[in-house]
Write a protein that binds this ligand. Structure first.
Ligand code: F6P
Length: 359
């Protein structure tokens, strides 16, 4: 009997179910022994409190296209891992206990950066862990792509497309806030795919002078409207020069709900153009996975199953230069993958005339 545990941790995304389906189908198909499946509910919380469902392969059938996660998810911040919860439960020993009590042979963890750090910690405690790179943000170090990313790009791109028509009718400037946490992958890709005029991402600090100049040039050139795609973590040159503590203070003191409102206000004041904010928000994590995500999620699931059968643990499944591979958890845990400001796509976008507000 092969006994496996599955959990989905952190913010959800469109391709979690597709990934779990890949793991289970490949295990059932390739394992020489029967597979017993324990699905932990709501992320690490299920492992901590021993909340699980005994599942069958049939539970993973028909879920390739279903967004969200059939297991539920939650955030268990890594920095609080060694601080007992309000109920006094010590999280790491509790997770180790559940794993051993169920006599698991492997725990598959689908999660992003923070969750991968916890997976690494569990591996250090001697558990057989395999992590799979989930996140719309695409910020997991050690893999070229994460599942959830391409579906989120599609949603954000559709938002930019839809805003085009109304922006054009009213001759307005639109500032669209795009998710991505501390990195700019989704705004960069969606901004290019949606034909934004300006893209602001954390990796390329902006100067409002440059943003305003770009909008004015467009308007004087006959453009009736302008679209600005802004990462939720976008940062000005002035803010980027501040010591980290000072910057955090400034963000905490913000009276607007987020930076896009401040940017929109300043654009309206300085250009005299009616300016509106649009926020697709969590729709970027919702709905069905796109075809590319379904394929990559399936690849990750299958590779994780094969790694388990080969007895390879303490790894994260990854894709590098188009090839599926395994990365040691200890190497990837805790590192963020940023957009390279010198990457081809940034240069190509600039060559098109898209402004990043830096020059
Ligand atoms: O990590 C995925 C993500 O959607 C980020 O892009 C965003 O900053 C964050 O999660 C939102 O978190 P929550 O769902 O807790 O509001």
């Amino acid at each position: 009997m092969l006994r496996i545990g599955l959990l989905t941790s952190g913010g959800d995304c469109q391709a979690l179910n597709a990934t779990m389906r890949g793991i289970v189908k490949a295990l059932v198909h390739k394992s020489e022994e029967p597979v017993e499946i324990y699905g932990f509910e709501n992320g690490y919380r299920g492992l901590i409190y021993g909340q699980f469902r005994v599942m069958t392969p049939a539970d993973f059938s028909g879920i390739l296209t279903r967004g969200g996660t059939i297991l539920g998810t939650s955030r268990t911040p890594f920095k609080l891992l060694d601080i007992p919860g309000e109920d006094g439960v010590e999280k790491v020993p509790a997770m180790v206990h559940t794993y051993h009590k169920l006599k698991l042979d492997c725990l598959f963890m689908l999660g992003g950066n923070g969750s991968t750090k916890t997976a690494n910690r569990l591996a250090q405690e001697g558990l057989n862990v395999i992590a799979l790179p989930k996140t719309i943000d695409n910020d997991t170090w050690g893999t070229d792509i994460t599942f959830g990313f391409t579906s989120a790009i599609d949603v954000a791109t559709r938002c930019i497309d839809d805003i085009h028509t109304t922006a054009s009718s009213h001759g307005r400037v639109f500032v669209i806030e795009i998710m991505g946490h501390k990195v700019g992958w989704i705004p960069l890709y969606a901004g290019v795919a949606g034909g934004a005029d300006v893209i602001l991402i954390p990796e390329i600090p902006y100067d409002m002078e440059n943003v305003v100049r770009c909008i004015e040039e467009r308007i004087h050139g006959g453009g009736k409207f302008a679209i600005i795609a802004v990462a939720e973590g976008a940062i000005s040159k002035e803010e980027a020069a501040l010591p980290k503590k000072e910057y955090k203070k400034r963000v905490a003191a913000r009276t607007s709900p987020s930076i896009v409102y401040d940017i929109a206000k300043e654009i309206e004041e300085r250009t005299g153009r009616e300016t509106r904010v649009a926020i697709p928000g969590h729709t970027q994590r919702g709905g069905e996975p796109d075809a590319q995500d379904r394929i990559f999620a399936t690849q990750c699931g299958v590779e994780a199953a094969l790694a388990c059968l080969a007895g390879e643990f303490g790894i994260m499944i990854a894709q590098r230069d188009g090839k599926m591979c395994h990365m040691p958890l200890a190497e990837v845990a805790g590192k963020l993958k940023y957009v390279d400001p010198e990457s081809d796509l940034v240069h190509e976008a600039k060559a098109l005339g898209i402004s990043f507000g830096d020059e």
